[in-house]
Design a protein around this ligand. Structure first.
Ligand SMILES: [Fe+2]
Ligand SMILES: [Fe+2]
Length: 321
């Protein structure tokens, strides 16, 4: 008899059935990889960061706090807003995805912890809302687009809503905003030889985020392979969000109006970096059109793509440090 493991309809258990769980499936491989790469934010020494932060100019300190506050509030948001996706996987009876997403949520919580520890270590304990609230695009993405598209899964976890949620969460918030911001910041810190603790934090977060991104690409791929009309849903959500996402970045630069921002951060370079990655991930999703859904479940290409991005980043970082 066919047993159900869907939430609310359970007649059996995935682990008890013949063959058990497929450890070769894409989400189980990500899960095992993540289990092997645990790190503890409390182990990172932030004493040099406190000295480097104290030695910065006021402008640089403002910029650093602004970037850190955006990252920290972002990590807190994604910790909360991923939870409906875990429930959506349970409702679909996809135990491997459900298991992987529990690790994913935990890692976001750990990223949140790492930033809060960093701010405490450099002596910033005042309210930080002033750094994000004037940024309308930031507020639109993190207090509206992200939670709305994720919590829509609660009443309707359809493939279309999963795609809208994944594009918003994985491809815009993680892929366009977080990974781009982290890379730019890593480059500044490595180039100047400052904030070694923050550099370590970002290295670990980047490692976790590569698995998160790979899962997002995988999830869009499996839906697009199963129903070709859903490719349009990917494209549509992307078009809706690209302008506000780029707005998050440009608003941070607006106040410098032609002046060079602290640390010589180059906005155009940042935008190019983001667009290059978004374009290549979209191609990876598009390549799933017409593919056999079974092969998608075992296909490691979304992970390979993220590893390739990593190798490219490493080469750029080595060149500046
Ligand atoms: Fe994160
Ligand atoms: Fe993430």
């Amino acid at each position: 008899m066919k047993r159900s493991i869907e939430h609310g309809k359970r007649t059996g258990f995935a682990t008890l059935q013949k063959g058990g769980i497929n450890f070769d499936s894409f989400p189980m491989r990500l899960f095992a990889k993540g289990n092997g790469r645990q790190w503890n934010p409390a182990d990172i020494d932030l004493s040099q960061d406190a000295r480097d932060f104290a030695a910065m100019t006021d402008d640089e300190r403002w910029w650093t706090c602004s970037l850190g506050a955006q990252f920290m509030a972002g990590e807190e948001s994604v910790t909360q807003d991923l939870q409906p996706f875990v429930a959506a996987m349970a409702a679909e009876g996809r135990i491997a995805d459900e298991m992987y997403l529990t690790q994913f949520v935990y890692e976001e919580a750990k990223h949140t912890e790492a930033f809060r520890r960093w701010f405490d270590a450099v002596g910033i304990i005042d309210d930080l809302h002033e750094y994000i609230e004037p940024n309308d695009h930031y507020m639109q993405i993190f207090t509206k687009e992200l939670p709305d598209s994720l919590y829509a899964l609660g009443s309707d976890p359809s493939p279309r809503n999963q795609i809208r949620a994944s594009v918003t969460y994985n491809h815009i918030v993680e892929g366009t905003l977080a990974l781009t911001g982290y890379f730019a910041w890593q480059k500044v810190c490595a180039g100047r030889g400052i904030l070694p603790g923050m550099q370590q934090i970002i290295k670990h977060i980047g490692d976790d985020e590569r698995r998160h991104m790979a899962w997002g690409t995988f999830t869009c791929r499996r839906h697009v392979a199963a129903d070709d009309s859903l490719w349009e849903a990917v494209d549509e959500r992307m078009q809706e969000l690209l302008v506000p996402a780029m707005g998050v970045v440009t608003e941070t630069f607006d106040q410098y109006e032609g002046d060079v921002p602290p640390f010589d951060v180059d906005m155009n370079e940042l935008a190019e970096y983001a667009m290059d990655k978004v374009g290549r991930r979209l191609s990876a999703i598009e390549s799933a059109r017409g593919a056999n859904v079974r092969t998608i479940d075992l296909d490691a290409s979304p992970e390979v793509l993220e590893e390739r991005f990593h190798t490219e980043d490493e080469a750029q970082l080595a060149a500046v440090s």
